[in-house]
Design a protein around this ligand. Structure first.
Ligand code: 1PR
Length: 549
């Protein structure tokens, strides 16, 4: 197999990129020293996390000059995400650290006054077309395709400026801001999106770069019907646990109770809805924009390195080229041999096995309590802070498991209440959302608003907003909860719990400003496919990404 050199200078999910490169017929050779860069023919610089950290690591390792020379020598170079940003003069993310300066512009932060930041999800990369025809594409990018982005900073697009300097530019639009999604000139290709996480469309871009297939003319059907912008994200969630026979299965509860209530297994057995790896692949092929695995029982009896979820991730990431999130047990842990394993190391194992994000549940509630007890001071030691610092905030999701507590009037609690349209049977029409830990088994004296604001301050990148009252109910999402949480924070929110029919997805996107919506039971039970949800959303006028075969 022909080879490509990959520069792994910083933490991140490199496994997915390697899998994607292998998938298009290339082998990876690792760049371990500046000398290796000199020997490289094709070089890829992936990048996640912080611009300053990334560039200073490259500088410290003595890589910057060899990279510059590689580019100047006209050898193929591809930068991904922060790897693309490295080509610019600098970034607002860290004004003190210079970039490679190949592109005389600076990277800027997205404006978060009226939209969530980071920008997470599937967006366009449409060639601006220097001749105005847009009939040409570079590196296999198509106006009809969507690509997976996750970033808070981007290069704003000024029409014609870079084109007049010989660059081909493909853009995406987030809110009112048009930014550079991909760029190419001569031997250079940069993508702000993650091609290794962008399904078939992303694999096509990687293959075209590696094959040196820079320009293609587009057929008419690929030029028409394109729509620039972020699509509505639909996520499939798999709750995974060991059943009573010791097999790892996908299960699904009602209000978090996963045991059978009727039939031959009534009153005991853990519901078995299928095998995790097979189901993840099925949802990927139905067009799921992301797949989330939640390990709903901890790995207390198993050495951490043998955690079965690691194997599930390794196998899934070989065939599923969309972002994978893993939750459950992300916390400081004591291994079976008594060794203390910090949350950051637990997360690292998952990232190395193919996870793109980790989801922190119970531990985030304890961390938030400590944060308020310390007078809203950050300790720098929590799982959220340490993982976010090392891997970037986009890699840290906080999974919240709240349930309603009704009161007569707001003064009856010190917690943040809402007036609900759904009073309880006692006629109480105010409620607050109480956070729980350990899969809803234990309630804590902290409300959902306190929790999400604390974890946002700690550096969480996204909230996975479950709702115990709605879980497994098929009655639709808790819109009041979602609106309340969205109003409290700037980071994206994934609405979860209660989806029973495709119309519930349209409802949550119509009636709230949620950034994504997640379903579980309706997919696992085979009642609806992800494709049907996407089709319904499209019929209702929403922009969605359909699976590209
Ligand atoms: O606390 O960090 O170890 O993480 C444990 C993780 O496992 C948390 O994210 C927690 O939400 C999850 N979890 C724990 N117990 C259960 C359970 O069901 N017994 N599942 C559980 C949470 C909720 C959603 C579900 C949606 C959509 N599952 O993930 O997928 O409610 O379901 P629906 O569409 O069928 O209504 P830690």
């Amino acid at each position: 197999m022909p080879t490509v050199h990959l520069l792994d200078y910083v933490a991140g999910n490199i496994r997915s990129l390697v899998n994607a490169i292998n998938q298009v017929g290339y082998d990876v050779e690792w760049v371990k020293s500046p000398e290796d860069v000199k020997n490289a023919d094709k070089l890829i610089l992936p990048g996640v996390g912080h611009f300053g950290h990334c560039l200073s690591q490259l500088e410290k390792g003595g890589f910057l000059e060899p990279i510059r020379q590689h580019i100047e020598a006209g050898k193929p170079f591809m930068g991904i995400c922060v790897g693309l940003q490295a080509l610019f003069q600098g970034s607002e993310e860290d004004n003190d650290v210079p970039g490679l300066g190949v592109i005389p512009m600076r990277i800027q932060k997205f404006d978060d006054t009226s939209k969530s930041v980071p920008h997470i999800g599937w967006n366009s990369a449409i060639n601006t077309g220097s001749d105005g025809t847009k009939h040409e594409s570079f590196y296999g990018l198509r106006p009809t395709s969507k690509y997976y982005y996750v970033h808070s900073y981007a290069a704003p697009y000024s029409p014609g400026v870079l084109e007049s300097d010989g660059w081909s530019v493909a853009t995406a639009t987030y809110g009112e801001e048009e930014f550079i999604g991909a760029i190419s000139r001569g031997n250079i290709f940069g993508a702000q999106f993650h091609p290794e996480k962008s399904g078939v469309a992303g694999l096509r871009a990687i293959r075209a770069f590696l094959n040196g297939d820079q320009f293609q003319s587009l057929s008419k059907d690929l030029v028409t019907g394109k729509e620039n912008g972020l699509t509505r994200r639909v996520i499939a969630c798999l709750d995974v646990r060991t059943n009573d026979s010791g097999d790892l299965v996908v299960t699904k509860g009602d209000q978090y109770d996963v045991r059978e209530k009727s039939g031959a297994d009534a009153g005991g057995s853990v519901r078995n809805l299928g095998k995790p790896v097979d189901m993840a692949k099925k949802y990927y092929e139905q067009g799921a924009d992301e797949v989330t695995f939640l390990n709903i029982t901890s790995f207390r009896n198993c050495p951490i390195a043998d955690t079965p979820m690691l194997e599930i991730l390794r196998r899934t990431s070989e065939t599923v080229f969309v972002p994978l999130t893993i939750g459950g047990g992300i916390k400081d842990t004591v291994d079976t041999d008594g060794t203390r394993v910090p949350a950051l190391d637990v997360a690292t194992m998952y990232f190395k096995s193919g996870a793109d994000k980790v989801s922190v549940g119970s531990d985030s509630v304890f961390a938030a309590e400590d944060y308020y007890n310390a007078g809203e001071k950050l300790s720098g030691q929590t799982a959220i802070e340490t993982i976010s610092k090392a891997y970037g905030k986009q890699a840290v999701v906080v999974s919240v498991d709240p349930k309603r507590v009704y009161v007569d009037k707001p003064e009856d609690t010190h917690h943040h209440t809402i007036k609900t349209q759904f009073p309880n049977s006692n006629g109480q029409s105010f409620c607050w959302y109480q956070c729980t830990v350990k899969g809803g088994r234990e309630t804590r004296d902290i409300d959902v608003q306190q929790l999400v604001q604390a974890v946002e301050a700690m550096g969480a990148g996204e909230i996975l907003l479950n709702c115990i009252d709605k879980d497994g109910s098929n009655s639709g999402f808790d819109l009041e909860l979602i609106r309340d949480v969205k109003a409290s924070i700037k980071i994206p929110v994934i609405a979860s719990s209660g989806a029973g029919v495709p119309a519930h997805f349209a409802e949550v996107f119509n009636k709230t400003t949620t950034d994504a919506a997640l379903g579980a039971g309706m997919f696992h039970r085979g009642e609806y496919t992800v494709t049907q949800v996407k089709d319904h959303l499209q019929t209702e006028g929403f922009l969605v990404r359909q699976f590209e075969a």
